[in-house]
Design a protein around this ligand. Structure first.
Ligand code: C2E
Ligand code: CA
Ligand code: CA
Length: 675
């Protein structure tokens, strides 16, 4: 059927389809539509095959030239094959020297295209030369040319099995001219048959090659997809979803890798742990959604502070860690800035939340540093920041190292201690500021280790907290306090110190409740003293534990008030019945300068109707100021030092017979001599 007979739109479709096919074929031949991953794999495979191809071409060309020596002119039998073999040799060497690491995707594509083009040009040169040779020599020589063309084409197709475009163009530019040469220019039935054979075998080989290649491309694509999915899963498994930072697992494996490669000459690494201050309180007050947003923003601020080559990660709820190349001085300078950045307010949806960040840093400056010990040291430094320098970084120092050693000795002694015989409580009176009567006693722990001697509770309680031993101590001390307090008049309250860790241990709280019940002492006489920081450490747990103690009738006092960061109104969400003002406001080095503050704290307590007790009263003058400022109760060396229960009861007996003894500074020196 003539095309004119067809409707126009059908013609257009046919022409359009034709164009499209030609365009697709052109794109395919010029590698415009190739998948870059497949191209990279092709390049990999071709690196071992293309040199073989060129070697085959050179050897075959030399052999053909050799059989035509003396038959054909020298330039045809020596110089042309020599030149062709040389060019092929250069190409072979070029391919041998390719290193895939040197090339990006675009460069790989360029190399593949160049190989197709040069392959075609060389094939044309070879076939023109081979056909030129058929004009010389007899049937043997002509048969050699036919063999050369046939074998070389099949060889090329094999070697280019991973570059089908090259294989097709090379085969077409040799077999087709060979066939037409015998068909048109030098007709010979035998050679037409041979040329036809070569053409057909090439077509079949190409078909097989295309099948193999499409299977290869499919495999590469599925492998790439698999790699991509694997990578995605790995990234997800190593990323903290909330902040987008690496998670604990990835971070510690990175740290391990960095430490493993270190030598004595390596620059020092600074390992740091950052812990947010007051985050838990913010989370409890503003809710988890705001809490999550704060953490996300902390993540963003951290990402901005550290460069891409530095590791920073979220390693716990509100704990972050980093590893940077820096000496102690540089690390501290950067961390000062970091703590400042992290303490800037977090504003979201009209809510502005202020939290802070404390940070501990340890240096890895020796070879074979262990991740665990580095983390332990940074964590120790963080603990120092948290307890003494909130909102600031602390660098683990030689002094810390010495303290750690002594803490370890204390911990070992505590582990093996016979608590019954080594532990006791001393009692210190608290007097009513107006009546001067003993209104309460505070029980203070004393430990006398057979190996280390007497150790202050300010030292061994924190060690016991870190070693997880404090619960046992608290219960034992409470038993001893109740024992000692049994002889006290019913009007006197008994103050007992709890550690932050006791608050988060329901087991300890229940033990205290049961010991108190067994003792027969009225729960209303017991005052549990807790620092602000202890209450803030886990506000929800504090609320629960204190609620329980309060429910049975016991009271709760804030100890060391003024040293933490909590606002009193916030703390009043807890069942707090008294405030003990820290002794640094009363008799500390800067106490005089802080007199105004002391007056303000007392006034605030009065306005909130909270009885306040001043501790550390050492002089008559301090007592007078406190009394006139309106403080309710006083405790301190001026009245009496902490004493063993027997000495305390003697002191109490003296007091009833000679009440003017309170508070007489001269008398207290003797009374406390037994301490
Ligand atoms: P704290 O609860 O603030 O106890 C008051 C501390 O001040 C006691 O030190 C006491 O001896 C001392 N002190 C009393 N009056 C004066 C004074 O006028 N001037 C001066 N400079 N100091 C005075 P201590 O007994 O060494 O206890 C230290 C800390 O150890 C206590 O501070 C408390 O936090 C902790 N602690 C003591 N006993 C226990 C306990 O049984 N359990 C727990 N968890 N902690 C305890
Ligand atoms: Ca106390
Ligand atoms: Ca105190």
């Amino acid at each position: 059927m003539e095309s004119q007979d067809l409707p126009d739109n059908v013609v257009n479709v046919i022409i359009g389809t034709g164009h499209l096919m030609v365009l697709r074929a052109f794109q395919w031949l010029t590698l415009s539509s190739v998948d870059p991953d497949v191209a990279a794999k092709q390049f990999d495979e071709l690196r071992s095959q293309v040199p073989l191809l060129y070697a085959l071409l050179s050897v075959n060309a030399m052999a053909l030239g050799y059989t035509h020596m003396g038959v054909a002119p020298a330039w045809m039998s020596v110089w042309v094959p020599g030149a062709l073999a040389a060019v092929s040799g250069i190409r072979a060497v070029t391919w041998l020297r390719y290193d895939p690491l040197d090339f990006d995707r675009a460069a790989v594509l360029r190399i593949l295209r160049r190989t197709i083009l040069l392959g075609c040009l060389l094939s044309v040169a070879y076939i023109v030369w081979a056909l030129g040779l058929t004009r010389f020599g007899g049937p043997d020589e002509r048969a050699h040319v036919a063999m050369f063309v046939g074998i070389t084409v099949i060889g090329c197709i094999f070697c280019l099995s991973h570059l089908p475009q090259g294989a097709i163009l090379v085969a077409a530019s040799t077999t087709v001219p060979y066939f037409f040469y015998y068909l048109v220019l030098s007709p010979s039935p035998v050679y037409i048959a041979i040329a036809l054979n070569i053409l057909l075998v090439s077509l079949v080989a190409l078909r097989v090659l295309l099948n193999g290649f499409s299977a290869f491309a499919k495999l590469v694509r599925s492998q790439t997809e698999m790699d991509r999915l694997n990578r995605e899963v790995t990234v997800l498994a190593h990323t903290d979803m909330l902040t987008g930072l690496p998670n604990r697992r990835l971070f510690f494996s990175e740290v391990e890798a960095r430490l493993a490669g270190r030598t004595a000459a390596s620059p020092p690494l600074a390992f740091g742990v950052i812990d947010l201050d007051r985050f838990k309180a913010a989370n409890d007050t503003f809710g988890h959604i705001i809490g999550d947003r704060i953490l996300t923003e902390v993540g963003q601020r951290l990402t901005a502070e550290f460069s891409r080559t530095e590791s920073v990660a979220r390693v716990g709820g509100d704990e972050f860690a980093f590893l940077i190349e820096a000496d102690g001085e540089t690390a501290m300078r950067r961390l000062d800035e970091l703590c400042r950045r992290l303490s800037e307010p977090y504003c979201r949806d009209d809510v502005s939340v202020s939290i802070g960040a404390s940070c501990g840093v340890a240096l890895a400056d020796i070879p074979n540093e262990m991740t665990d010990s580095l983390y332990e040291r940074a964590d120790y430094a963080l603990y120092q920041s948290k307890s003494a320098r909130r909102g600031q970084p602390t660098l683990y120092s030689a002094a810390h190292e010495a303290a750690v050693r002594s803490d370890r000795a204390i911990e070992a002694a505590l582990q093996g201690a016979d608590l019954d015989s080594e532990l006791c409580v001393h009692l210190q009176p608290v007097i009513d500021a107006r009546t001067h009567r003993v209104s309460a006693v505070e029980a203070l722990a004393r430990w006398s280790s057979p190996t280390l001697g007497a150790i202050s509770p300010a030292v061994f309680i924190p060690v016991a907290e870190r070693a997880g031993l404090v619960h046992r101590l608290t219960v034992k001390l409470f038993e001893k306090t109740l024992e000692g307090a049994a002889r006290l008049p019913e009007t006197v309250s008994i103050c007992f110190n709890l550690s932050a860790h006791d608050l988060t241990s329901p087991g300890t709280i229940l033990s205290l409740v049961s010991r108190l019940r067994q003792s027969g002492i009225a729960p209303a006489r017991i005052v549990f003293e807790l620092t602000e920081t202890a209450m803030l450490r886990d506000f929800a747990a504090a609320r629960e534990s204190l609620g329980l103690l309060n429910a049975m009738g016991a009271q709760v006092a804030i100890d060391d008030f003024g040293t933490g960061h909590a606002s009193l109104s916030y703390l009043r969400e807890l069942p707090i019945g008294r405030v003990k003002i820290d002794r640094s406001f009363v008799s500390g080095d800067n106490a005089l300068a802080r007199r105004d503050l002391l007056g303000a704290i007392i006034a605030m307590c009065r306005s909130l109707d909270l009885p306040c007790i001043a501790e550390g009263v050492e002089t008559e003058e301090q007592r007078e100021f406190l009394r006139s400022a309106g403080c309710d109760a006083l405790q301190g060396y001026l009245i009496a030092r902490p004493m063993p229960p027997a000495a305390f009861f003697d002191w109490m007996a003296d007091l009833t017979t000679a009440p003017e003894k309170v508070p007489v500074p001269a008398a207290l020196a003797e009374a406390s001599a037994g301490r």
